[in-house]
Design a protein around this ligand. Structure first.
Ligand code: FEO
Ligand code: CA
Ligand code: CA
Length: 645
């Protein structure tokens, strides 16, 4: 093992501020591997361990020792996936695979909306594993709840040579709408193989055509009303379902992210010009759905976009219950919705807004979770306080409440009510002075310390005069990860509801050999271990942080999955565990409670410049000439029967 000079965060920031390159030689010594895996720890919702002490100003000399017990996969780019030696990868379910006995066999030439409603959707993203029976900690049977974030007509439909929204037929658009949303399916492990139980009454597809309720402060507001729904309380579908979260009462929170893609028309010709422009809604035409459905044309139905961009709560254990958009959690390009159960029973939900220069949020419920009455918690997320984060120069965080009526969130700034303000959450957070970030993606809570880790995927738009404390690099093409450390206590426990915390960097991402990243991004790890564009995060039961990436191709390598310690001397020494097939992004990592199975999404394999149905970047996972690449959920297990990590 090499000796590693680890800078304390304060020292590191001083060097960053001085604009000097910092050489932090990582442990390829980490490849020597820690001999023993740690005993599994409970995935804690009530953290009881103190965060690491506030770093001093003095550099600390330590020997890096990773606790990881797997061998790294090398960087590269080819048509297949690659996993760390000694692991099995099972393709559990592909786009088009059946979810019900009546589902037709999928073939690319006979895609219909009715078939797609019975089949697994496209571009699978967030995954939750909910053990069955409800309330158990089973790791062999459960409900897999999976988001479907997007569709790609250029890759999906026979004969396509490029994305062609303006040439689509209505029936193909209807297939796309049916391929968005969410899937709930029962899965079981027999031996080493997972399978989908097509006969389960829990199986469900939620699509862009499902009736979805709207609740919370913005429900029924005039700006939520449309000709199809004069009440402003019922919307057709959920779209752009990216990352998400799980609640302690066994529901799934699905985050509506890239909703601008679904709409076309000129916002300046509408009553919602500033609002739609702030959300990036313009003459996008990415999908072209507006050609058949006026509700996707903002000039025809200016309020329809206001009904998207929310957190949607889905109850996978009650298949007949309508999903609900919980407007108290704000409207923006929601990436994540990671729940911490506070010691006092309140629910704290951490959320990112995935856009350059947008903000990190948390929602704190007004009332406490009831562990004895599941039904009472349905609606818990309808009242509470939404906060946006400001990162201060003294390494503290201030959570700024978005409460209507308090300066500057008043009529003078165009907000007539809390509902009015929530529809334009971004503008409210900006007025409060929240810190513009480098695209906040997923957020996870360290089960050992209660620290919050935030993936900031990248922001090449940031100019030198726009850098701030928590986003120290211009042209941030590689992204970075920040740790927020709650410091207030409720008895012996961390108070996630507090309005102050501390923060520090976990790592700067991107290839350190890429000189365009600038000095601030020369903090990295060993050759071969650097990662770029962190996106989805997950903790395994041992306490390792798993980091899925989206955009490493900009550095000439495939996306994939990395793992690192976040505590101890192995902190911020990531090791590559999985490499995606060409063009794919890795999303949705989640573990069974025993840490023995990792479920993950391989999203948009074969995509990229010039990729199409006729000429995809890969035909993973089928590798048949007549079959396009298919986004799929994979299950990964160790061959030696030990927990992952
Ligand atoms: Fe859908 Fe921000 O990733
Ligand atoms: Ca994402
Ligand atoms: Ca996550």
């Amino acid at each position: 093992m090499k000796k590693t000079a680890r800078l304390s965060e304060t020292s590191r920031r001083k060097v960053l501020a001085a604009g000097l390159a910092v050489a932090v030689t990582g442990a390829h010594g980490a490849r020597l591997m820690a001999a023993e895996s740690e005993p599994a720890v409970e995935p804690a919702v009530e953290p009881i361990v103190e965060p690491e002490p506030t770093p001093s100003d003095e550099p600390v000399q330590t020997i890096s020792k990773s606790t990881l017990t797997f061998t790294e996969v090398e960087h590269g780019w080819d048509k297949d996936h690659h996993v760390s030696p000694g692991h099995n990868v099972q393709v559990l379910i592909r786009w088009g695979d059946p979810l019900f006995p009546a589902a037709p066999i999928w073939t690319p030439d006979f895609q219909t909306p009715d078939a797609q409603k019975l089949q697994f959707g496209y571009d699978n993203d967030f995954i939750a594993f909910m053990p069955l029976p409800y309330g158990s900690r089973s790791s062999t049977s459960g409900l897999l709840c999976v988001n479907h974030e997007s569709t790609r007509n250029g890759l999906m439909f026979p004969g396509m040579t490029k994305p062609t929204p303006d040439e689509l037929r209505r029936e193909l658009v209807d297939v796309e709408i049916a391929a968005n949303g969410h899937t709930v399916m029962k899965v079981d492990l027999v031996g080493e193989q997972w399978s989908v139980d097509l006969t389960s009454s829990f199986n469900r597809r939620i699509t862009g055509l499902e009736d979805v309720d709207i609740s919370g402060p913005a429900a029924g507001h005039a700006r939520m009303q449309t000709p199809d729904d004069p009440t402003g309380t019922r919307v057709l579908g959920t779209l752009g379902n990216c990352a998400g979260g799980e609640t302690p009462w066994g529901t799934v929170l699905s985050a509506e992210e890239n909703i601008p893609f679904h709409f076309a028309g000129d916002p300046k010709k509408t009553s919602e010009a500033a609002n739609h422009t702030a959300m990036g809604i313009g003459d996008e035409r990415y999908y072209g759905w507006h050609r058949f459905y006026p509700r996707f044309d903002v000039e025809a139905v200016p309020h329809e976009p206001n009904r998207f961009g929310w957190i949607v709560e889905i109850d996978p254990f009650e298949p007949k219950t309508r999903p609900v958009k919980r407007t108290a959690l704000g409207r923006f390009k929601h990436e994540s919705a990671t729940v911490a159960l506070n010691r006092d029973g309140r629910i704290v939900c951490y959320m990112g807004d995935d856009e350059a220069f947008q903000f990190i949020y948390k929602f704190v419920s007004a009332r406490a979770h009831d562990p004895k009455d599941r039904g009472r918690n349905w609606g818990l997320l309808d009242s509470g306080t939404l906060y946006a984060a400001r990162f201060n120069a003294d390494n503290t965080v201030t959570w700024l409440p978005l409460v209507w009526g308090k300066e500057p969130l008043t009529k003078a700034n165009g907000f007539a009510s809390q509902a009015d303000m929530l529809i334009e959450t971004r503008r409210a957070a900006s007025l409060l002075g929240a810190t513009p970030m480098d695209r906040p993606e997923d957020i996870e809570v360290d089960p050992k310390t209660g620290s919050i880790f935030v993936a900031l995927t990248k922001n090449a738009k940031r100019q030198p005069n726009q850098i701030n404390n928590a986003n120290p690099g211009a042209n941030n093409r590689g992204g970075h990860i920040i740790e927020i450390m709650p410091t207030q206590k409720l008895g012996a426990n961390i108070d996630h509801g507090a309005t102050t915390a501390r923060w520090r960097f976990l790592l700067m991402a991107g290839n350190p050999a890429d000189s365009t990243l600038g000095a601030a991004y020369n903090i990295s790890t060993s050759a071969g271990s650097w990662l770029a564009c962190p996106d989805n995060l997950a903790f395994d039961p041992k306490g390792h942080l798993w980091i899925a990436t989206d955009g490493a191709d900009a550095f000439g390598v495939a996306d994939g999955l990395w793992v690192t310690d976040v505590n101890g001397s192995g902190r911020a020494l990531p090791r590559r565990f999985f490499r995606c097939p060409a063009g794919a992004e890795m999303t949705g990592p989640t573990f069974t409670p025993d840490g023995m199975t990792l479920f993950c999404s391989v999203q948009h394999p074969g995509d990229g410049d010039g990729a199409s149905f006729v000429n995809p970047g890969t035909r993973w996972p089928d590798f048949k000439d007549s079959v396009p690449p298919r986004p799929s959920v994979i299950a990964i297990r160790r061959q030696d029967g030990k927990p992952l990590g």
